[in-house]
Structure formats: structure tokens, C-alpha cells
Write a protein that binds this ligand. Structure first.
Ligand code: SAM
Length: 222
């Protein structure tokens, strides 16, 4: 696998939404933690965040992992050739060999939508070479997880076990009358990596967040 100047491959998430939603904060924290604990570890950078320092604190990320600069400013000229944009509309799927070609993997920090509105196009316009992770839309943390499995573990996309569009049983909410009732479930319109328990892998705290907001339409949360 190729590696950047720091000796580690890098995941960059360019935050593209005007606000930082609780849902996204959980995803970003999860990507950071998985980068730190993977063998070998990866760098993680959250780019394009206004008032980066405050947001970094809120996410409890080190300041070296958060920047207000856009990836467009960070990677100019020839340096852009090392960056792979994970793009649902790319013509080629990501393969283990792409780990030799690229050392930076770029993701849109975008809340999912169904049907997808192609906001990843904002990054595509900057001229980064793209790779797809199959046809199903993934959450940003899932897309980052799958990318690491493909390029670091050298597993082709088709070898990874997935859970598609699961109905997820929510824990009863403790946050008052508007939260989930016992036994309530929610349908998630995304692809997840299947964990050892057979369920889709999700960031810590996500089920509780979904349960506390169970009265809202799922699309208002994503
Ligand atoms: N609905 C969004 C759009 O309009 O582009 C997709 C958002 S997805 C929740 C967040 C990011 O995960 C995307 O910007 C992309 O980098 C990555 N991603 C998700 N599914 C993907 C796929 N099937 N192939 C490539 N990248 C994917």
C-alpha cells in the first residue's frame, strides 16, 4: 500500500453541509477512532469546517485532525493525482491495487439522502480521480470502513459481507414521550458492513440518537 509523507495513508472527509449535525459528529468520531486503531494506523483529516477549532473540541478530535481549509486548497497541481475521491457515480470500482496508486482517500461529509442528490459532485468538479464502492449508497463511515478493507486488507469489494437497507430495532428512548417506544424499528436506506453479530456496523451512540429522534422522519436526520 502506498503511503503519504507521514508514512501513513490518509482518509479525508470534506464537510459539505452548512451545519454539523449530531449524526455526522458520531460518524466523524467513528472514522477517526477506526483510523487510529487500525493496523497499521491511518491519518484522518476533517477538512472544510468553519470555526474548525471549536468544532474539533466538540468532536474531541485533536487539532491536527481538523482544518478549515478545503481539500481543494490543500491538494493543488500534481499532489491531486495522489487523491482518490470515493464517488458513487465513478465509472470504476475501488480495487486493492488502488492502494498502490493513491495515498489519500477523499469522502463527502454529506448527510445521506434517498434518492441520492449527487452532492459528491461538488468534489468531483475539483478534478479528483474517482472510484465507486458498488451501486448502493453507504453512510460516510461505512464508505471509509469499506475503503480501508479494500486497500489495507486487500479484499475485493465483492468479498466484504454487507447488510443492505436494514430495519433496525431501536432501544426504548429515555429522552421523553417523543422518543422510540419499546419494539419500534426504523428502516435505514443504506448499505452497511456486516459485523460479527450479523448486524450492520454503526458508530457508537447512533442507535440511541435514532431512538431519541424516533418521532422525526428518518430523512430529516440523515
Ligand atoms: N447522497 C450523497 C450524494 O448525493 O452524493 C452520498 C452521500 S454518502 C452518505 C457520503 C459519502 O460517502 C459520499 O460523498 C462518498 O464519498 C461516499 N460514498 C457513499 N456510498 C458510496 C458508493 N457507493 N461509492 C463511492 N462512494 C460512496
Amino acid at each position: 500500500m502506498s503511503a503519504g509523507a507521514s508514512g501513513k495513508p490518509t482518509i479525508i472527509v470534506e464537510h459539505l453541509d452548512p451545519e454539523l449535525e449530531e449524526w455526522q459528529a458520531l460518524e466523524y468520531k467513528c472514522i477517526y477512532e477506526e483510523c487510529e486503531t487500525s493496523t497499521p494506523p491511518w491519518n484522518f483529516l476533517l477538512s472544510g469546517l468553519s470555526s474548525a477549532a471549536g468544532v474539533g473540541k466538540q468532536l474531541s478530535l485533536p487539532s491536527s485532525s481538523v482544518t478549515e481549509q478545503s481539500v481543494e486548497a490543500l491538494y493543488q497541481g500534481d499532489r491531486r493525482r495522489n487523491v482518490c475521491l470515493l464517488d458513487p457515480k465513478a465509472e470504476k470500482d475501488l480495487s486493492p491495487e488502488d492502494g498502490e496508486k493513491f495515498d489519500v482517500f477523499l469522502f463527502g461529509g454529506i448527510l445521506g439522502d434517498d434518492p441520492p442528490r449527487d452532492r459528491t459532485g461538488e468534489l468531483r468538479k475539483m478534478g479528483f480521480e474517482g472510484r465507486r464502492l458498488g451501486q448502493e449508497q453507504m453512510t460516510t463511515d461505512t464508505a471509509a470502513r469499506v475503503t480501508r478493507i479494500v486497500v489495507a486488507d486487500r479484499q475485493p469489494l465483492g468479498n466484504i459481507p454487507y447488510v443492505d437497507r436494514p430495519d433496525i430495532k431501536l432501544p426504548a428512548s429515555t429522552s421523553g414521550h417523543e422518543g422510540a417506544q419499546s419494539g419500534e424499528s426504523v428502516s435505514m436506506p443504506f448499505r452497511y458492513v456486516k459485523g460479527k453479530d450479523g448486524k450492520g456496523v454503526m458508530p457508537k451512540g447512533m442507535l440511541d440518537l435514532l431512538a431519541s429522534d424516533a418521532d422525526k422522519d428518518i430523512m430529516d436526520l440523515l
